[in-house]
Write a protein that binds this ligand. Structure first.
Ligand code: AMP
Length: 299
């Protein structure tokens, strides 16, 4: 089955203590779509300006990402710039230019409206709602978010939450939303806002799932060198949704393993700037790391 992904399709300028890389292919939807593409067909919804390099369109195509829902409009592509501190855990946003995203209200092609797995990757909750409104009885809908939307678009986000199956956010955002220091208490409060499955990402410490079958503690793949963690969260949720859409059986039966696949896909993302490393791997590389992770966590 296909996954429909809406989110930012961006140019990222990223600064780490060791290097600076301007105008890389980035955006939540780009990272998530490439990650999901290792498992099955992906339809991308987004918009870029006429400054968007052709080589990045080629890169989407090499990953067999359906671009019928990607608009190219006169104007500037979404541009995000961030700077990491020495430990690569803390990041500061230097610039967010929405460009053509500012007025983006897509009408989904007919074929897109029937896609069963929907990933509302990080973007304004109003746009996430606009896309969800057009979907015809999706089987599984997951959304991601970020601190910015909790600050400036909380009302929209609270309208979105009851309509989701799953909600993915990081530990800081879970605190921001619930004011609960204890993550398990925070999760309880988030379930009350709507989603049946809540996934809290904890960066290099993995993630936690809470759902009808209880908790699952998903490890991160141990990396001794991280080059650039930008997009790791998007790769995680993209890989997870790609795996779920391709798997036979129920969501409950597959979700834990899907998170492991997402976690491993995200590990590759961290090993290069932007999408450089993720776009250089094969499905077999993911499978190999999943096996390693299985051995590491067996007891
Ligand atoms: P992550 O490292 O998983 O938080 O995701 C980083 C990606 O999010 C980058 O590729 C950015 O282009 C994208 N991004 C940053 N700010 C925003 C925003 N306000 N809305 C949507 N995407 C964003």
């Amino acid at each position: 089955m296909s996954v429909l992904i809406v989110g930012s399709t961006a140019l990222d300028s990223i600064k780490t203590p060791n290097a600076e890389n301007p105008r890389l292919l980035g955006g939540s939807a780009s990272h998530a779509a490439v990650a999901a593409s290792f498992f099955g067909p992906v339809k991308l919804i987004g918009v870029v300006g006429d400054d968007f390099p052709k080589k990045y369109l080629e890169l989407y195509r090499r990953h067999k990402i359906d671009l019928d829902g990607l608009q190219i409009l006169p104007g500037k592509t979404f541009h995000w710039s961030g700077e990491y501190e020495a430990n690569l855990n803390n990041r500061r946003t230097l610039l967010t230019e929405l460009g053509v995203f500012e007025t983006f209200t897509p009408t989904l092609p007919k074929a897109h409206q029937a896609v069963p797995f929907v990933l509302l990757a990080n973007i304004a909750p109003a746009l996430q709602l606009h896309v969800l409104d057009q979907m015809r009885q999706p089987k599984f809908v997951v959304a991601d978010t970020m601190d910015l939307w909790l600050n400036i678009a909380l009302v929209d986000l609270l309208r979105l939450l009851p309509r989701l199956d799953g909600f993915v956010l990081n530990d800081g955002e879970a605190y921001q939303l619930t004011k609960e220091d204890n993550m398990f208490a925070a999760v309880k409060k988030i379930h009350k806002l709507g989603p049946k499955y809540v996934i809290i990402k904890k960066g290099s410490h993995g993630s936690i799932l809470s759902g009808p079958k209880g908790f699952f503690l998903c490890p991160a793949y141990p990396l001794s060198t991280v080059v650039d963690p930008t997009g790791a969260g998007d790769s995680f949720v993209g890989g997870m949704m790609g795996y779920l859409a391709a798997a036979k059986g129920s969501i409950d039966a597959n979700l834990r393993r899907a998170m492991i696949y997402g976690s491993v896909t995200a590990s590759f993302c961290c090993e290069g700037f932007g999408l450089t490393r993720t776009t250089a791997i094969k499905r077999a590389d993911i499978d190999r790391r999943v096996k390693e992770l299985e051995k590491l966590t067996k007891f």
